[in-house]
Ligand binder design. Structure first.
Ligand SMILES: *Cc1c(COP(=O)(O)O)cnc(C)c1O
Length: 488
């Protein structure tokens, strides 16, 4: 038999690439649940390459071996599909990335690619940095980016300290993200991208992503959306013109809470004022193959498959947990010790109408239970306790089944006080800007029966029976030991 040469491997690689592309096309025709269950892993792949394994295998190997020098040369020059080394890629990572790209582009003919990362913060870093580079066309240029001020605490630090303070890359803050003129007024010729989190954590601010995408494109720059809280089961920002979606996959996508991970999903051929053709043509593949190869923030194969396994039931879980959250929110809204409930599903929320346009349970019109499009608002909400910081801690400390943890998106109900945890480092002024007062409890309602979640809240709130202190102006200081002493 003739020894295969480089040409032989390149030809075989072309056929394999075509086969994978055709299979993805076939999967794109399927409904959301089918894509979530199977992803891009096929029976043919299982039988021919994976000993019939019905579930995507966890490839723990750090590297891939090659048949001979020709195959190695073809692979390392990216002439054939390859994974080489698990810092860059790996079949297990590939299965997750393929599934996420299909879910985020569901119902559209958008072509997107995904790079899964070791955390949500790594995803944000990987998505933003390629735009914050030295521009040889204008070497004296100052850089800035425009982003909502209501963002996750870690994002706030990454933007305010790591970029703005340490590297003089100006963060121009959008205070009222529902005001489109405010977005546009902050853009200048040095703006590299727009960034928004929606619904935001914990404040649930929300904006018209379609209108903001138009503003970005008018100025030749991309729009990046942190869509962690919504998940593709409720919202797919690429369909409304966003260029890049990032996720803390750690959260609702990995509902079970096994591990930490993130993802960047980007449309192909995005707009940018940076002179880099590969980056613009296929952002997901670009960051995976080049910057992330050199920096090393990509996901581990173990975490990739743990997430993939949780994703299979995403739509039905998000539906169930959203309905329970609505029930809990409505109950809390009527409670005498509660000052305010923030949940986009409540008609009392100022952004309810806007959220209604965007947050729709995917495929509800094909679901026998509904047979029409129904709105669902996710399982993140927050509420403000009457009586200030200490009363809030007293209620929080009384929770008996709802875990006190800085976490969200879980199958188990979890609560936190953002002012003393996720949003403590950004300080009082920034908390005021983002409206994260000290009496705000963020609650993530899990998949328990909602009556049992309510029962736990009811007994915890009962510590305030008989001594409610009314406060008129909100406190943004985190309270704590000193204010506890004051009360005594
Ligand atoms: C948690 C979170 C992040 C950060 O993700 P990690 O996986 O914890 O790194 C980013 N954005 C939002 C909205 C989050 O809730």
């Amino acid at each position: 038999m003739k020894k295969p040469n480089l040409e032989h491997y390149v030809d075989a690689g072309k056929r394999a690439t075509q086969w994978h592309a055709d299979h993805k096309k076939r999967m794109k025709e399927c409904k959301f649940d089918t894509i979530a269950v199977h992803g891009i892993y096929s029976m043919q792949e299982a039988l021919d390459f994976n000993q019939g394994s019905t579930i995507e295998p966890i490839y723990m190997s750090a590297s891939q071996g090659f048949r001979d020098s020709d195959e190695m040369e073809a692979a390392l020059s990216y002439q054939i599909p390859t994974w080489c080394y698990s810092r860059i890629g790996n079949p297990s990572m590939y299965y997750l990335e393929g599934a996420l790209a299909l879910l985020e582009t569901y119902g559209t003919d958008i072509d997107a690619s995904c790079c899964a990362t070791s955390s949500g913060m790594a995803a944000i870093y990987s998505a933003c940095e390629p735009f914050l580079v030295f521009d040889k066309n204008n070497p004296t240029q100052e850089m800035n980016f425009v982003a909502t001020c209501q963002v996750y605490g870690g994002t706030f630090q990454q933007f305010a300290v790591r970029k703005d303070e340490e590297r003089n890359i100006k963060w121009k803050k959008v205070i009222d993200s529902s005001n489109i003129e405010e977005w546009e007024s902050l853009i200048d010729e040095n703006t590299r991208f727009l960034y928004g989190e929606m619904p935001s954590n914990p404040g649930q601010s929300f904006f018209d992503v379609e209108a903001v995408a138009k503003v970005a494109h008018k100025h030749g720059i991309p729009l990046i959306i942190d869509s962690t809280v919504a998940t593709p089961a409720l919202l797919r920002p690429l369909a409304y013109g966003a260029d890049i979606v990032i996720h803390s996959v750690t959260k609702t996508m990995t509902t079970s809470g096994f591990g930490v991970s993130g993802a960047v999903i980007a449309r192909k051929n995005l707009v940018s004022n940076i002179d880099n053709d590969f980056m613009k043509a296929d952002f997901g593949m670009y960051i995976k193959a080049l910057p992330n190869r050199d920096i090393g923030p990509n996901i581990s194969p173990m975490n990739a498959i743990l997430t993939l396994n949780d994703l299979r039931t995403l739509r039905s879980k998000v539906d169930l947990m959203s309905r329970s959250t609505m029930k809990v929110a409505e109950w809390l809204e009527k409670h005498p010790h509660i000052e305010q409930v923030d949940y986009l599903g409540l008609e009392s929320h100022p952004l309810h109408e806007l959220a209604k346009k965007y947050l729709v349970l995917v495929d509800s019109e094909y679901d026998d239970l509904y047979n029409e499009k129904v709105n669902r608002y996710g399982h993140l909400m927050s509420f403000r306790v009457k009586g200030g910081a200490q009363a809030t801690r007293d209620v929080f400390d009384g929770l008996q089944r709802i875990f006190r943890a800085t976490d969200l998106g879980r199958i188990k109900s979890i609560a936190t006080i953002p002012a003393i945890s996720t949003h403590s480092q950004q300080g009082e002024e920034a908390r005021k800007l983002a409206d994260v007062p000290a009496n705000l409890i963020r609650l993530n309602v899990g998949a328990e029966h909602p009556d049992d979640v309510i029962a736990d809240l009811e007994q915890a709130l009962s510590v305030l029976d008989g001594h409610v202190i009314e406060t008129s102006s909100p406190e943004y200081s985190a309270g704590g030991a000193s204010s506890a002493r004051l009360r005594k």
